[in-house]
Design a protein around this ligand. Sequence first.
Ligand SMILES: Nc1ncnc2c1ncn2[C@@H]1O[C@H](COP(=O)(O)OP(=O)(O)O)[C@@H](O)[C@H]1O
Ligand SMILES: [Mg+2]
Length: 375
Amino acid sequence: MANPQQELETSKQLLEAILDNLVDGILTFDEKGVIQLVNRAGVYIFGYEGDELIGQNIRILIPSLANDASQKELKELLKQVSGLGDELEGQRKDGRIFPMYFAVSEVNLDHQKVYTAIIQDFTERKFMEAQVWEKERLNIELEKERGLRDVKNSFISMMSHDLKTPLAAIRLASSMLRNYGDRSSAEEKEETYDTIDQQVEHLTELINDVMIISRQDFTGAELDREIIDLETYCRDIIEELQLAYRMKRTLNFNGTDRRIEALIDVKMMRRALTNLLTNAIKYSPEGAPVNMELAYADCQAIIKISDHGIGIPQEDLPRLFEPFSRASNVGGIPGTGLGLAIAKQAMDLHGGSITVASELGKGTTFTIILPAEDC
Ligand SMILES: Nc1ncnc2c1ncn2[C@@H]1O[C@H](COP(=O)(O)OP(=O)(O)O)[C@@H](O)[C@H]1O
Ligand SMILES: [Mg+2]
């Protein structure tokens, strides 16, 4: 049987073997910072050999302490890295600086404080982190570029269709006037001029929409805001549209008893609401009614515009508010895919929001939330 002395020796050797085979560096030092023990990983991390580090001060390993003679600095640092540890700069024997994890715990031995530090070389980890970041950054950039290219492509295909059609109509009308003008009746001529006017108006509107949506520098400062009564405002818009669609459509309005005021750019908001209403009309069958509802909750005005139309496929919803985005079920119904993007921009600029809920073949509801005044 082994004697106590032998047993102690064996367990000491075992402990040393364990320490030496750890990948983390471990070193102990006294209150002044003088190193007493270092395991193999510790020596290796700092680029030293054998017993070189024993008796040295840990200041040579930590550049932030290097030229300072005061004990205070060391105490501060020990406080910072005690327990969970922290990331510090380390210095190797050849002077190179590297990132390291440094955690210290304190033990009292024979009325003396002994500190044990655990050290990890973070060089590789930092490198990997940087690579992951770089990859992430590149991905984001690529995604952005792809998005821009998509927008550009849809812009070009939209433009080539939507600009060519009215231009062709204008050209046709003008050559009719040139060639047959003398022989046409006043009425026929008037009709041809009307066609030209309508197409020019359509083109102007289209160009306006594109201009609005391509302005990325909107801050909201350029809004021409005034306080209005939302109920009157909405009713006016509905009445105007009802007049334009005459008897063909039923546009309903549902208000509240409460007066709801909002600070808005009336022109911009009218454009947004009109587009939502004309969409509701455009994407539903002729007899189907379109409803607009105004409500108030928690200092907010809530406007809902709903229809019983063709609905929007679920997979088209996420990109619906992006410029030029049109759902796959529009068939031959004409459009540019700019209206909702403009409406969204308007809501953002007013500190509001717009959301959509839709069921394919059943109908769609757009919900606008705007901050209300005076509450
Ligand atoms: N009320 C609605 N019912 C069904 N689909 C709608 C409705 N409103 C918008 N959409 C879909 O959202 C797309 C984008 O709308 P919008 O930006 O106004 O462009 P568009 O010029 O095509 O009307 C439309 O093309 C259509 O697919
Ligand atoms: Mg539209």
